[in-house]
Structures are given as C-alpha cells and as structure tokens.
Design a protein around this ligand. Structure first.
Ligand SMILES: [Zn+2]
Length: 295
C-alpha cells in the first residue's frame, strides 16, 4: 500500500484503498486527485510526495466520500494547498457531518459518526474549468454521488473515481452504493464510449479498455432493480424489504450497512417508482412499495 505507480510521463497514482491520483503540473509541482481515507493516509501521501522532492499545489476532489477526502485537512494544514470540489460535493466536503445525516435521514447516531463516515473538515473552493491545471478536463460522472467528477489529463489518462466497481467488489457486495441508478447507468454508457491512454478507477485496476467492466456494472444495477421489483410482488415496508435484500444476497447487517445499502435501496425505489415499475403508497400508516396491480 501507498506505493507510487507511474502510468504516463506525468501521471501517477498512490496505491491505497481509494487510489490517490498524482499529476505533475510543473517542475517538481504536483496536484492530487483525492487525498486518501484519513489523517494517517494524508501523512503517508505527503511522505511519498516529499520522497520525490515534489510540492503539493492543490487537491482536486472527485466527490465527498470520506475515503476520498479524508486526507484533505492534514495535507492542507501541512502544505497550505488549495482544495477544489464540484457543486454539492463541496458542501459535503466542507461539512462532512452531512454524509451520515444524508444516509441516515436525520440526526445520525454515534454509530454512524466514526471516521469512515465523517472526514475531517477542510477549506474547499468551487471546482470550475478556470481552476484546472493546463490541459486538464473535468469528466462529469454523476450517479454514485450527486455530482461526482473525474479528470482527463494532457497525457490522456482518465481518473474515473467511483463510477464503477471491480469484479471482486460486485461479487462481494452485490448492491454497490449509488444515489441515482438512472444517472449511474447513463454515466457508464458514456464511459463505455470514451477513449483514453489509460483509465484509473479508484477501486478497480487501471485498464486501457474500460467498456467490459462498465457493462458489468450496468448489468449489476439492472440485476438489483429486478430483485427489488420481484421482492415487491407483495407490498413491502422499507425495513421488511431491506431485510429480504440482505437475505437474498447473503449480506451481513451492521449499522453501517443498514445506512449504506439502505440509502442505496431507497434510491433504487425512487427510480423504480418514478419509472412506473413500482408504486409507493401509504397503507395502514406504513409507506409501502409494490408492483402496479393490473385491474
Ligand atoms: Zn464513493
């Protein structure tokens, strides 16, 4: 972990649970794409940069999940680097308590306030085209979160953030986190058509060809949607449905999984309801989802 891997003349990543992109943007000056999971990760990342004699100019966050912004505060305090984040992701990055609040749907209990959910706060500026290093492009990747982005560098390396999961992750978790399945699929359909010298996803191996894995992720979304519509053959309240999802996929329920998979299932239910595949009704003071009844 935390080895520096070079993938093009100016592009690198630091191997860590969520890869940290490192791009040379001047003589001995680098910018990061994300910052690692916590203060400790930030320390290790800074050590890697220092060992190369590089100074850190800025961090470009792809989205606001703690494993991508957790090193922000440490690196900013140590180096004074600027930090940029897109749109609503900026609000979550400046105020990380919003993350478990969003997942839980109310004031989150302490079980959801640990560092894997709540990163340290950092000072963040809006990500716009004007603040990009020369030759970089923003790649819009909504779906996993509201406004996640990736970056294309002048070497043709595209950092893809969390827009797809590895085969192993799909096998293990089955229901991968997302906030909008429709956008998630749309993003992956676009990614399938992209050309790049190399794609660097945060949680999958770098690849020159990304379309097969993108399609595998699209298929996985449809599989979860089919499972939910099948389970809603009879009216299901949320926790009854979530329990059956965990049983179906052999998942282990914890407070975190209840929040993460629960939020994801709610997002699927919105998509399936809005597209007419399910109906959401109130029944005996319960919110329930069911397949439309043919009369
Ligand atoms: Zn993420």
């Amino acid at each position: 972990m935390y080895e520096l891997i070079q993938v093009s003349p100016t592009c690198y990543y630091i191997q860590s649970p969520a890869k940290v992109g490192v791009v040379l943007t001047g003589e001995n000056e680098v910018c990061l794409i994300d910052s690692g999971s916590d203060k400790d990760a930030g320390k290790k990342v800074l050590r890697v940069l220092q060992s190369q004699g590089w100074t850190l100019k800025a961090i470009y966050n792809t989205h606001s999940h703690a494993d991508h912004i957790g090193g922000n505060r440490y690196l900013q305090t140590q180096t004074g680097c600027a930090i940029y984040a897109p749109a609503i992701e900026l609000a979550f990055t400046e105020h990380p308590l919003l993350e478990p609040t969003f997942l839980y749907g109310g004031n989150p209990p302490s079980a959801l306030r640990h560092k894997f959910m709540v990163a340290q706060e950092s000072d963040v500026l809006p990500l716009t085209g004007d603040v990009l290093p020369a030759g970089w492009e923003i790649v819009s990747l909504p779906g996993h979160t509201f406004r996640m982005v990736g970056f294309r560098t002048p070497d043709g390396v595209v950092y893809l953030a969390d827009c797809l999961s590895s085969e192993a992750t799909l096998e293990k978790y089955k229901v991968c986190f997302l906030v909008d399945p429709a956008q998630y699929i749309e993003t992956l359909e676009t990614v399938k058509t992209m050309e790049a010298a190399l794609f660097v996803p945060s949680h999958a191996d770098p690849a020159a060809e990304i379309a097969p894995l993108a399609q595998r992720n699209i298929d996985a979304v449809h599989a979860v949607a089919n499972t939910l519509t099948t389970l809603c053959e009879t009216p299901q309240s949320f926790d009854a449905l979530l329990r059956r999802v965990f049983e179906t996929y052999g998942l282990t329920m914890t407070f975190e999984q209840h929040a993460l998979v629960g939020s994801t299932v709610r997002s699927y239910l919105t998509w399936l309801t809005e597209s007419g595949k399910l109906e959401m009704t109130i029944d005996d003071n319960r919110l329930v989802w069911q397949r439309p009844q043919i009369s």
